[in-house]
Design a protein around this ligand. Structure first.
Ligand code: ZN
Length: 76
């Protein structure tokens, strides 16, 4: 009887530990995702108004948020 209580308590600690580990991994993963969004490749400079902005969604063509003109990726 005492053993089953100890087992249940141990199991509970294990479950709580797993939840914290899972939350930590998720938080860590989210932090890692945010870093590549500010890569140099995601920084665009508008060829019309020279406005510099970040667009992580587009790869080849991007719309300038200031003058709404379409910009092509510059080969560097
Ligand atoms: Zn522009």
């Amino acid at each position: 009887m005492k053993n089953s209580i100890a087992f249940a308590a141990g199991l509970q600690i294990l479950i709580v530990g797993c939840i914290f580990l899972f939350m930590w991994i998720r938080a860590e993963g989210r932090r890692n995702v945010r870093i590549p969004e500010i890569k140099k490749e995601n920084i665009w400079r508008c060829s019309i108004c020279t406005y510099v902005y970040v667009d992580s969604e587009e790869d080849e063509l991007s719309t300038c948020p200031r003058c709404t003109s379409i910009n092509k990726r510059l080969d560097e």
